[in-house]
Design a protein around this ligand. Structure first.
Ligand code: SAM
Ligand code: SF4
Length: 502
C-alpha cells in the first residue's frame, strides 16, 4: 500500500471539507499547482503501478495529497480479479461523482488498471462523469491526458496493450527517498490460462524486460537506500530474457530466472535481500532451487500460490500442476533451505468442489505447512473458462470453508510464531508501525512481521538489525534491540548502556 493511501482518505472533519478544500484548490489553481490523490485497490502489481503514477505525476509538477477532497486529479487504480473488488469500485465512484458535482473548479477523475482495460468504452457509457479510462500499459500518457481533461477535453479511453515495445515503468528514488523494500517489475501479463482468472484478459500476454534494464534499476534503488528488492511478475519464475543477454541456450539446464538472480547478486553486491513473486509451481527447476541453496541474499521464503489441494479441482482450474508436483517442489526447496517458509493463495468453493476436495485442501495446508495464506471465495469472472462449470457451491458453504481455512492458517501461524519467542531474528526495518506512535516495523527474511518494542533509537534506513523476540501475537512478533548483538548500528551501541546478555 502506498504511503499516501495509508494516511487515510476519509478523515473526520469539524468543518465543511468541500468548501474548505474548494477554496484551497481554487487558490492553487491560480498559482498553476495541481494536486493528485491515488486510491489503490488490488494486488502488488497495482501497488507498483500506483507508485509509478505517483512518480509520473510528480515529474509533471503535481503534488500528492492524502484525500480526494484536496485533489484536482483523483485516480482510482482498479482490480477486477474478484467481483467484490469491482463492486467496491462502483460504490467508490458513486461517492467521487458526488464530490465532483459539488465543486466549482475542474476535477479530473481517472479510472486506471484492470477494470479500465476490461470495461473500456463501456465504462464511459455507464459512468459519463469519468474523465480518463486508462489501462495498465498506458500509464505513460496519464500526465497529458489529465491535463487535457482539466482543460475541458472530452473523456478519453486509452487501454491498448504495448505488445511491440513493452514499457516497464522504472521504480526510482524520489523526494521521499526509496522504500527499504522496493518492487522491480521483470515481466508483465500472463500466458497461463487458469480457468478462473481474468488477469490474462486485463493484463495481456506475457512480456519480459531486458536483464540490463532490470539490473540497472536494482542498482539505482540500492544506491538510494533500498535493502530488499522484490522481483515482480504474474508467473515470475517463467521469466525469459528477451535480449538473450544471459546467454542461455534452449537446451541449457539453467532457467532465465535463476540466471537473472545470479546476475543481480553478482552485479549489485551491496543488495542485502532478494525476493520474487509470484512463482508458479510448474516453472520451478533445478537451477532456481540451486540459487536458493547458493545465494545468501535470496530470502528463505516463497509465496507460491497452490489454489487447491485436490487434483480433480486443480485439473478443472487448468493449473497444470498437481498436488504431488507441488509437494515435490516444496520438498526440494526445503532440502536446500530447511528453515524456508512457504505462504500461498487458496480459492474455496471452485465449481464442483466437494467436501472431500476441500478436505484435501486442508490436508495440504497441514502437510506443507503454509505460514500465511491468502484465501478467497471463488468469484465467477467474465470471459473465463470456469464460467462453463457454473457456480454450484453456495455462498454460505464458501463462507464456511473460507473460515475453516483461516482458522487452520491462524493456528499454524500461531504455533510458528510462538516457537520464535526467545530467538534472535534479523529484521529489515521498513516502516513506521501503524499501531504505535513512533514505533517501527519490519520483516525477517522468512517474512515474519516484527514490531520493534520501545524507542531503541533505531530509524528508517538502518537496514537489517538483530532483534530478540519477546512476544508473539496472532500474525506478528515483537522484538527488542539487544545492544550486545553484532549488527546493531554503532550509533546505537554507543548510546545504549551495555545490558547483560539474556
Ligand atoms: N499470478 C499470480 C499467480 O498465478 O499466482 C496471482 C494472480 S491473482 C491476481 C491473485 C490470486 O487471486 C490468485 O492466486 C487466486 O488465488 C485469486 N483469484 C484469481 N481469480 C480468482 C477468482 N475468479 N475468484 C477467486 N479468487 C481468484
Ligand atoms: Fe491468473 Fe493463472 Fe496467470 Fe496467475 S498464472 S495470473 S492465476 S492465469
Amino acid at each position: 500500500m502506498a504511503w499516501w493511501e495509508r494516511e487515510g482518505s476519509a478523515g473526520v472533519s469539524i468543518f465543511d471539507p468541500h468548501l474548505h478544500f474548494d477554496r484551497l484548490r481554487a487558490k492553487r489553481a491560480l498559482s498553476g499547482m495541481l494536486n493528485f490523490f491515488i486510491r489503490t485497490l488490488g494486488c502488488q502489481m497495482n501497488v507498483h503501478d500506483s507508485d509509478r503514477v505517483y512518480e509520473l505525476l510528480s515529474d509533471a509538477g503535481m503534488c500528492a495529497v492524502s484525500s480526494p477532497e484536496q485533489a484536482d486529479v483523483i485516480i482510482v487504480n482498479t482490480c477486477s480479479v474478484r467481483q467484490k473488488a469491482e463492486s467496491k469500485l462502483d460504490s467508490e465512484l458513486g461517492k467521487l461523482r458526488k464530490l465532483k458535482a459539488l465543486r466549482n473548479s475542474p476535477t479530473a477523475l481517472v479510472v486506471a488498471g484492470c477494470v479500465a482495460r476490461q470495461r473500456g468504452e463501456a465504462m464511459l457509457k455507464r459512468m459519463p462523469f469519468v474523465d480518463v479510462v486508462i489501462g495498465p500499459d498506458n500509464l505513460l500518457s496519464l500526465p497529458n491526458l489529465v491535463k487535457m481533461a482539466l482543460r475541458g477535453a472530452p473523456p478519453t479511453v486509452a487501454t491498448e496493450w504495448d505488445l511491440d515495445r513493452p514499457t516497464f515503468l522504472r521504480s526510482r528514488p524520489h523526494r521521499d527517498g526509496v522504500s527499504a523494500s522496493s518492487f522491480v517489475s521483470i515481466s508483465k501479463g500472463c500466458d497461463e490460462r487458469c480457468s478462473y482468472c481474468i488477469v490474462p484478459r486485463t493484463r495481456g500476454p506475457e512480456r519480459h524486460r531486458s536483464p540490463t534494464e532490470i539490473v540497472s534499476e536494482v542498482r539505482d534503488l540500492v544506491a538510494a537506500g533500498a535493502r530488499e528488492i522484490i522481483l515482480l511478475g504474474q508467473t515470475v519464475n517463467n521469466y525469459q530474457d528477451p535480449s538473450k543477454e544471459l546467454g542461455r541456450r534452449p537446451s541449457h539446464a539453467q532457467s532465465d530466472i535463476a540466471a537473472l538472480i545470479r546476475r543481480i547478486a553478482h552485479e549489485v553486491p551491496t543488495l542485502t535481500r532478494l525476493r520474487y513473486t509470484s512463482p508458479h509451481p510448474r516453472f520451478y527447476d533445478g537451477a532456481l532451487i540451486e540459487a536458493h541453496r547458493d545465494l545468501p541474499l535470496l530470502c528463505r521464503h516463497v509465496h507460491m500460490p497452490v489454489q487447491s489441494g485436490s487434483d480433480r479441482i486443480l485439473k478443472r482450474m487448468i493449473r497444470r500442476h498437481n498436488r504431488q508436483d507441488f509437494l515435490q517442489t516444496i520438498g526440494q526447496l526445503k532440502k536446500v533451505q530447511p528453515e524456508l517458509t512457504v505462504s500461498t493463495d487458496i480459492i474455496v468453493g471452485f465449481p464442483t468442489e466437494t467436501d472431500e476436495d476441500f478436505e484435501q485442501t486442508l490436508s495440504l495446508i497441514r502437510e506443507v505447512p503454509f505460514i500465511g495464506i491468502y484465501a478467497f471465495k471463488y468469484s465467477p469472472r467474465p470471459g473465463t473458462a470456469a464460467l462453463r462449470l457454473g457456480d454450484d457451491v453456495s455462498d454460505g458453504m464458501k463462507a464456511e470453508r473460507l473460515a475453516r481455512v483461516f482458522e487452520l492458517s491462524e493456528s499454524l501461524m500461531r504455533n510458528h510464531l510462538d516457537r520464535l519467542v526467545g530467538t534472535v531474528q534479523r529484521v529489515l526495518i521498513e516502516e513506521p508501525n501503524p499501531r504505535s506512535d513512533g514505533g517501527l516495523t519490519g520483516h525477517t527474511d522468512r517474512n515474519e512481521i516484527v514490531h520493534l518494542r520501545g524507542d531503541a533509537g533505531l530509524r528508517l534506513g538502518d537496514g537489517v538489525v538483530p532483534l530478540r523476540i519477546v512476544e508473539a501475537y496472532k500474525h506478528s512478533l515483537v522484538g527488542e534491540l539487544d545492544p550486545m548483538l553484532t549488527g546493531v548500528p554503532s550509533r546505537i551501541k554507543h548510546r545504549l548502556p551495555i545490558a547483560p546478555s539474556r
